[in-house]
Ligand binder design. Structure first.
Ligand code: DX5
Ligand code: ZN
Length: 231
């Protein structure tokens, strides 16, 4: 149905900017978050290497908030289902790294996780519009994946708008997540374009009080989402 407006604003801090030697304590600093965004990088799909499944499983065991895994790994069809088997709330693979994204999304859901699919800034959303109902979340990267602390790419805003129009037009409940360069300033532009789940690494963990930074981002994002809503 047309005119569906999303007002729920989620803030998912990325632990890429956390202190990796004190992860458990770092997780408790963001206990007011909606989920914790866990960036898995394999040094093939992106030129950086982070953590693998064993560490993610330990994070899952101690985290006060659900896990939102962002797999920046090659051969997602082979490796992503294992993350769903670990009991993660949400597993996001990259469209560019999957041969059979529909099959993979179904496998993730069958294993009990929400299915997310990510697009690099240069990947168009149009080829994937017919499969949106297979997803719980579409991640539109707002920087080239691989590193925290990069500047938000405004050129992704039209893609976010087109994805939001397609989702609202078909009445399916897919969240739009944005990841990269989200700050108190850029969150408004992303929310106005139609995003409703916001990943923030440096803006949260770079702040003196990460929990307060989450609240500030939530306030800014919610205000913009409400402003775009009919009532
Ligand atoms: C980048 C990662 C992001 C990163 C965001 O490839 O996917 O999740 O941590 O960091 P900021 O918010 O600093 O841009
Ligand atoms: Zn990420």
């Amino acid at each position: 149905m047309k005119g569906t407006h999303v007002t729920q604003c989620c803030i998912n801090p990325s632990i890429l900017s956390a202190d990796f030697v004190n992860l458990e304590a770092e997780l408790h600093r963001i206990s007011n978050a909606d989920a914790v965004h866990v960036d898995v990088m394999d040094n093939h799909f992106v030129p950086n290497l982070t953590i693998g499944l064993p560490v993610v499983q330990r994070i899952q065991a101690v985290s006060p908030v659900p896990l939102d895994a962002h797999l920046m790994i090659a051969d997602a069809d082979r490796w992503a289902p294992g993350f769903a088997d670990a009991g993660l709330a949400s597993v996001t693979f990259h469209a560019e790294a999957s041969i059979a994204p529909i099959k993979l999304a179904r496998e993730l859901r069958a294993r009990g996780s929400k299915a997310g699919m990510a697009l690099r800034p240069g990947t168009p959303v149009e080829p994937y519009l017919d499969m949106l109902a297979e997803l719980d979340m579409l991640l539109i990267m707002t920087v080239e994946p691989g590193f925290g602390g990069q500047a938000f790419l405004d050129l992704t805003l039209p893609k976010i708008r087109r994805a939001r129009a397609a989702i609202d037009g078909s009445g399916i409940g897919v969240a739009i997540q944005v990841d990269g360069g989200i700050t108190e300033e850029t969150i408004n532009r992303a929310a106005e374009a139609g995003a409703n789940v916001f990943v923030a690494g440096s803006a949260v963990y770079g702040a003196e009080d990460p929990a307060a930074a989450i609240e500030q981002l939530r306030k800014a994002g919610s205000q913009t989402l409400r402003a775009g809503s009919p009532e």
